[in-house]
Design a protein. Structure first.
Ligand code: APR
Length: 241
């Protein structure tokens, strides 16, 4: 029988997800492939320098991601987390590294997209206006929309070398948790790969779910091997008083 994780009436849960949770929805993970897109290293396309030097290439990449994301549907793992949030309320918090909207569409609400969101764009000049909803698949750079200040829009994505979003809120939610569950992330991108160490420092139990051991496997108190969509629906036992 598969392992179950008991959640007591006083537990506070912090969940971190990565590309692996969307794999069963048909969205490829980053490091499963050869890490290349159209002959470019991902790390060369998703940077502020690439946006400066070759915005057409950056927008082509994210337009393709938008097209692919729109066709994908939430899978049983996304839905299991939304169901768990419905039971735990404010004792549940979800932080995702994914820029797709599958958690949102599954019903998760206490959610931070720390690496940004595919379905939004913002001012390339950082004029201070908030990101706007933008699911447009642009066929060329001339079609890309403009901010009301006149500057071109950029994807609302945290590029390599940029600071993830809402870090102080994330830090305080980790300080406050008694259980951290990390799902489908290789543990190779920081600071997210360090969250498990912050949680252990705060005295929390730490569980990893995925088909392979992540690079930071030794920091977890439990590893549950398997695909998220198969493991998560039966993983949690919510205890009442
Ligand atoms: N269920 C759970 N995990 C899975 C599944 C599955 N069905 N399929 C694959 N995985 C796991 C892989 O074993 C791997 O450890 O998902 C992980 C995906 O790792 P990465 O491709 O490195 O993705 P991630 O860790 O989310 O990348 C982090 O890097 O490129 C940047 O900003 C981007 O948010 C991304 C960040």
């Amino acid at each position: 029988m598969l392992m179950q994780i008991s959640i007591s009436p006083t537990d506070r849960l912090f969940v971190l997800t990565g590309a692996g949770i969307s794999a069963e929805s048909g969205l490829p993970t980053f490091r499963a492939s050869d890490g290349l897109w159209a002959g470019h290293r991902i790390e060369d396309v998703c940077t502020p320098e690439a946006l400066e030097e070759n915005p057409a290439l950056v927008w082509e990449f994210y337009s393709q991601r938008r097209e692919q994301g729109a066709k994908a549907e939430p899978n049983p793992a996304h839905r299991a987390l939304a169901d768990l949030e419905a039971k735990l309320g404010d004792r549940f918090f979800l932080c995702t590294q994914n820029v797709d909207d599958l958690h949102d569409r599954a019903g998760s609400r206490r959610l931070i997209h720390m690496h940004g969101e595919l379905a939004k764009s913002r001012c390339e000049d950082e004029c201070g206006r908030p990101p706007i909803e933008d699911r447009t698949v642009y066929a060329s750079l001339v079609e890309v929309g403009r901010c009301t200040c006149g500057a071109r829009l950029r994807p609302h994505i945290v590029f390599f070398g940029e600071t993830p979003l809402e870090m102080s809120r994330i830090q305080s939610k980790i300080d406050d948790c008694s259980l951290m569950v990390v799902i489908g992330t290789s543990g190779s991108v920081y600071p997210a790969a360090n969250f498990v160490n912050w949680a252990r420092h705060a005295g929390a139990r730490t569980v990893y779910v995925g088909p392979e051991r992540p690079l930071n496997a030794s920091a977890f108190t439990h590893i549950v091997e398997g695909k998220a969509g198969e493991v998560l629906p039966g993983l949690f036992e919510v205890l009442s008083i």
